[in-house]
Design a protein around this ligand. Structure first.
Ligand SMILES: NC(=O)c1ccc[n+]([C@@H]2O[C@H](COP(=O)([O-])OP(=O)(O)OC[C@H]3O[C@@H](n4cnc5c(N)ncnc54)[C@H](OP(=O)(O)O)[C@@H]3O)[C@@H](O)[C@H]2O)c1
Length: 259
């Protein structure tokens, strides 16, 4: 169990990040919760113990300002858990190419910015610092309409793998968490079947149980991962299963992608 640590959780105003932050605070950690939703941050501060808040927009706020604000709250960070993210689907029938940048800006650059801002404080941890970032099981295979989301998470995963090597000598570990479908506001708008859907409470429990050991990667649920790996091993069949005629694109119920 994670105890007596100072932990920054981004995307802590909703979904997986909020659950993680609440559980970590209840376990006696000092948790810095961040997001743009000031009302939600205020309520968390009022209702929970062991919480500090940092209202920040990880796309638009400057990295130096974020670092300074963290420094006002704490002298050191033991762990950061990066959950801030968004999912927008690309619609080939009515394409909005701007979403590629929009989604990259938060899912990839927002995570990079968070790490950059937190790194000086992570280096001051009295234990090995730990960076945990939530990418996605969607990176296992290519999904229709997931050009922006899948690419942003694949970029994040590669970044984390590379960073892990470069930070090892600095005494900082890096874990890439790849969840399947979790029931949160992000997935509640999905109009397709989501196999092995789990609640954000269940997901947070799984994540907290596994990140203690600081694995390089934690993928769950395993059954969904293996199913995607097998399907991905047959790319022609996978393509055939997913190809839709334009008129059918909005009516299919399966195989539209992990979150
Ligand atoms: N749900 C799933 O099935 C699933 C599966 C795999 C991976 N993931 C990933 O898990 C992470 C959490 O997702 P979730 O499902 O919990 O989504 P969610 O409930 O929609 O939460 C997203 C969080 O990101 C924050 N955020 C978004 N844009 C931001 C910005 N510009 N600056 C700062 N914070 C921002 C939001 O806070 P504010 O609105 O207050 O800023 C919110 O707290 C995401 O990275 C997502 O891609 C989710």
């Amino acid at each position: 169990m994670i105890r007596n640590e100072t932990i920054w959780v981004t995307g802590a105003t909703s979904g997986i990040g909020k659950q993680l932050a609440l559980m970590l605070a209840q376990q006696g950690n000092h948790v810095i919760v961040s997001g743009r939703n000031k009302q939600c941050l205020k309520e968390m501060l009022l209702n929970e113990k062991n919480i500090s808040t940092l209202a920040t927009d990880l796309v638009n706020d400057h990295v130096d300002w974020i670092g300074q604000q963290l420094g006002v709250i704490t002298e050191r960070l033991d762990r950061i858990i990066l959950c801030a993210g968004n999912c927008l689907y690309f619609e080939m029938d009515d394409p909005d190419w701007n979403i590629m940048k929009q989604v990259m800006d938060i899912n990839f650059h927002g995570s990079v910015k968070s790490i950059q801002a937190a790194l000086p404080l992570l280096k001051k941890s009295q234990q090995r610092g730990h960076i945990v970032a939530i990418s996605s099981l969607a990176t296992t295979a290519a999904f229709p309409r997931a050009e922006a989301y899948g690419a942003s998470k694949a970029a994040l995963s590669y970044f984390l793998s590379s960073l892990r090597i470069d930070l090892a000598v600095e005494g900082i570990d890096v874990t890439d968490v790849k969840p399947g479908f979790i029931d949160t506001p992000l997935t509640q708008a999905n109009n397709f079947d989501m196999p092995f859907l789990m609640s954000s409470e269940q997901a947070a429990k799984h994540i907290l149980k596994h990140i203690v050991k600081k694995p390089y990667e934690y993928i769950f649920p395993k059954r969904l991962h293996w199913a995607f790996c097998i399907l991905n091993a047959f790319p022609k069949r996978w393509l055939k299963m997913n190809v839709k005629k334009p008129a059918d694109r909005n009516h299919e119920t399966v195989n539209h992608g992990a979150d």
